[in-house]
Design a protein around this ligand. Structure first.
Ligand SMILES: [Zn+2]
Length: 414
């Protein structure tokens, strides 16, 4: 066992106490799967130390994982006085999981084996919006990912999807996704009928928040808010190691908090939502406006007839070169984000906010510093509020979906 890599107290969240039995079982499955993936080969005693689970729970969980074929005995470890302990490890041959990330502008897919290793990944822009196109592209893309990866389709244990929009995890329906132009869209049913597999569906920001909490920037925290800033803006809230859903998945709707009553019309029909003020399309739209008025020589000089599309990278560069109008665009967006973060953190009494998504990946430190600076205006005087950059990149997010899908598949078997 290689326990020196990650200190147990930070590496694996300790066993969960309280809440209902199903949540407890899911949480313990998450914990033991991660421990085995990160530290195998390891003994039951190692796993008890790493996870904080009782030895009897470890024995029962390992037995279940062995029965499902996911974990195998791989020999004996060193004696610590008594009998030689049996070491267990994941069996990569046990099957694969296909993860999908259905975002506001592209679809990504990845296949992971049962030892959590990436086998294949694929990405493409969305061809269009609305139920018809999203259905045909999702089905076609999923089949292509399977075919091109050359895995044996019979080895697929389940499909998992992280989706931009409000999700009903009981029915597997997308309740509403403004970015994808979907309403009451039965995604789980569509995928189940096409592939005859268990399907796990979750809001993308919720998956990211849980993944960051398990093995990203949120390790060791009790509670956190994760803000996903991309084509849309969503949030995942973790309280006591659980996704906090509120009524009808409302925390994720942070993107549609009105932050400027006179702002531009949002996809949801209201005016001045956070998403209409601070998402990537909002920033790019503002930059286009400046450019079309010929007001910014620095930004104009960075674009020519061959390279005429503004990107966030170009905005970051223009801000560094001293463009005050681009700096104002970024500052305004950061200010709105800081206002929303401070409000939700104050209401939920949470001290850690992780920010991630394409805007953060592309603007990085520059944007986070602006958010932190603006935050001083909005937080309470004694309020502790840390803004941290997300650690998990695209593949790790898909890995999160894969882990929770596998956990769901197992949980239904046990
Ligand atoms: Zn809105």
């Amino acid at each position: 066992m290689n326990s020196s890599r990650v200190p147990p107290s930070r590496g694996i969240p300790s066993a969960y106490r309280g809440q209902d039995l199903a949540s407890l079982r899911n949480r313990n499955l998450d914990v033991i799967l991660r421990a085995i993936w990160e530290h195998a080969p390891c003994s039951r005693t190692d796993l008890a130390e790493l996870t904080g689970l009782a030895p009897s729970s470890i024995t029962r969980l390992i037995k279940q994982l062995q029965q499902s074929g996911l974990v195998i005995d791989v020999g004996k470890g060193k004696s610590t006085g008594g009998r030689l302990p049996t070491l267990v490890a994941p069996d990569p041959e046990a099957g694969v999981i296909l993860s999908l990330d259905l975002g506001g502008s592209k679809i990504r897919g990845a296949i992971f084996d049962a030892a959590d290793q990436l086998i294949y990944s694929l990405e493409e822009p969305l061809r269009g919006l609305g139920p018809k196109i999203v259905t045909s592209q999702t089905l076609d893309f999923t089949q292509r990912t399977i075919d091109q990866s050359r895995i044996d389709q019979n080895k697929l244990l389940g499909l998992g999807v992280g989706v931009s929009g409000r999700v009903d995890i009981e029915t597997g329906e997308i309740v509403e996704s403004y970015n994808l132009r979907l309403k009451q869209f039965p995604l789980r049913q569509i995928l189940k009928e096409a592939f005859h597999l268990p399907v796990y569906i979750e809001n993308d920001a919720s998956v990211a928040s849980l993944a960051e909490w398990y093995y990203g920037a949120g390790r060791g925290q009790e509670d956190l808010i994760y803000l996903l800033i991309s084509t849309g803006i969503g949030a995942g809230v973790i309280i006591d190691g659980q996704i906090y859903r509120g009524k009808a998945g409302m925390p994720g709707e942070i993107g549609h908090i009105v932050v400027d009553r006179l702002g531009p019309i949002c996809l949801c029909g209201r005016r001045g939502c956070l998403e209409a003020m601070a998402s990537r399309p909002a920033m790019l739209r503002n930059a286009d406006l400046i450019l079309s008025h010929g007001q910014d020589p620095i930004l104009s000089s960075m674009l020519d007839s061959e390279n005429s599309t503004i990107t966030l990278e170009i905005l970051a560069e223009a801000a560094l070169r001293g463009s005050t109008s681009v700096q104002a665009i970024i500052e305004n967006a950061a200010d709105h984000i800081a206002f929303a973060i401070a409000s939700i953190a104050t209401i939920l009494n949470i001290e850690t906010v992780i920010v991630g998504g394409e805007v953060i990946q592309e603007l990085g430190e520059l944007f986070i510093k602006k958010v932190e600076a603006a935050m001083t205006k909005y937080r309470q005087r004694d309020q502790k509020l840390d803004v941290i950059q997300a650690e998990l990149e695209a593949d790790a997010f898909l890995k999160g979906i894969s882990m929770f899908t596998l956990r769901d598949v197992l949980s239904a078997q046990f």
